[in-house]
Design a protein around this ligand. Structure first.
Ligand code: PLP
Ligand code: COI
Length: 337
């Protein structure tokens, strides 16, 4: 294994030694298998290639000061993958199988878990694809589940330094009754044109409005959205956004810190009123936002140049639980044996 510069990893793919695989054939899931190949031998007519039968997850493992490895809320990712499978008619993977595959993948690539001091973590990427051939638009009879891992730093290169988001009404990532609530590859394909345009123009991500009326805030390309005002944590409720496990956790922590929680439709106009704004997710953790630019109206909404008080507190609290610096009073982390 190469000597990695743990402190400057960024969010990119790097090979590790092993991945875990499991096949669904003849109506049932098989045993977990260990693979040292990064390749998949795939039928050219597999449904994942033609009709987008693909769902994935993202979660992390953290090495603590005590040397122990902690995996954050993987039961939630297992359940969300089942939900995504239901959404595009793929075979559901049992929760326990998901969790065991994740544990194995982390254990077998132990050398790639970034040290505590680096502030980096091991990103875990489970995916599930339709592998059986179809030419008509129908679900596959066979599926492959894989878990691989890769060490990562912050998703946005700025880390916890505030960045800008952009609103562009000419693009939608998900239809009102569509697949936005599932973690399926097609949503991300649908977000690339505007996502790359946003990056080219100096923004860290697109902030999507609801695609039906363009009246309400939805979420960012790779993360959920929240705003804080008058000691209240406000986050959009919408049928077309991904139910973020980070956001769900932050709502619990915010409430414990004495904030009120509002999960509801958030009108665009409220952008004017927030004291703090952030993007949150496994990869993004909390990325504080210093400005939202409405590219259609050429209008800026600006927030502090530095992370806000509550965003900083929430960030520190979440990280402390994940790295084991503070007790896990919610049963969110599993210490890997
Ligand atoms: N929204 C989208 C579109 C995402 O891709 C992600 C990343 O997983 C999130 C939100 C955040 O979800 P989570 O906190 O479960 O990682
Ligand atoms: C995550 O936060 O885990 C994600 O999947 C977001 C992203 C890299 C698309």
């Amino acid at each position: 294994m190469e000597n990695l510069d743990w402190k400057n990893l960024g969010f990119g793919y790097r090979d590790t030694d092993y991945n875990i695989r499991c096949w669904y054939r003849n109506g049932q899931w098989g045993e977990l298998e260990i693979s040292s190949s990064v390749l998949i031998n795939l039928h050219m007519s597999a449904t994942t290639l033609h009709y987008g039968q693909e769902a994935f997850e993202g979660l992390k493992a953290f090495k603590g000061k005590d040397g122990k490895v902690r995996i954050f809320r993987m039961d939630e990712n297992a359940k969300r993958l089942q939900h995504s499978c239901d959404g595009i008619l793929m075979a559901r993977l049992p929760v326990e199988k998901f969790m065991e595959a994740v544990r194995m993948a982390v254990r077998m690539n132990h050398a790639y878990i970034p040290p505590y001091e680096s502030g980096a973590s091991l990103y875990i990427r489970p995916l599930l694809i339709g592998t059986g051939p179809q030419i008509g638009v129908k679900p596959s009879n066979e599926y492959l589940f894989i878990v691989f891992v890769t060490p990562v730093g912050p998703y946005f290169p700025e880390g916890f330094q505030p960045t800008d988001l952009v609103i562009m009404r000419g693009y939608d990532r998900a239809a009102p009754q569509g697949t936005g609530k599932y973690k399926v590859g097609g949503n991300y394909a649908a977000s690339m044109v505007e996502g790359m345009k946003a990056k080219k123009d100096g923004f860290s991500a697109v902030l999507y409005l609801d695609s039906k009326e363009k009246k309400y805030l939805d979420e960012c390309g790779p993360a959920n959205f929240f705003g804080i005002r008058d000691n209240t944590y406000i986050t959009p409720l919408s049928d077309s956004i991904l139910p973020s496990i980070t956001n769900k956790s932050l709502m619990v922590l915010a409430e414990e810190m004495g904030l009120k929680i509002e999960r509801r439709k958030v009108p665009y106009e409220e952008l004017e009123t927030f004291e703090e704004v952030g993007a949150c997710g496994t990869a993004a953790v909390i990325s504080p936002i210093k400005g939202v630019f409405d590219a259609d109206k050429k209008k800026w909404f600006t927030y502090g140049k530095n992370p806000g008080k509550w965003s900083a507190k929430l960030y520190q609290k979440l990280r402390a639980i994940q790295y084991g610096d503070e007790p896990d009073t919610h049963g969110w982390v599993e210490v890997l044996e």
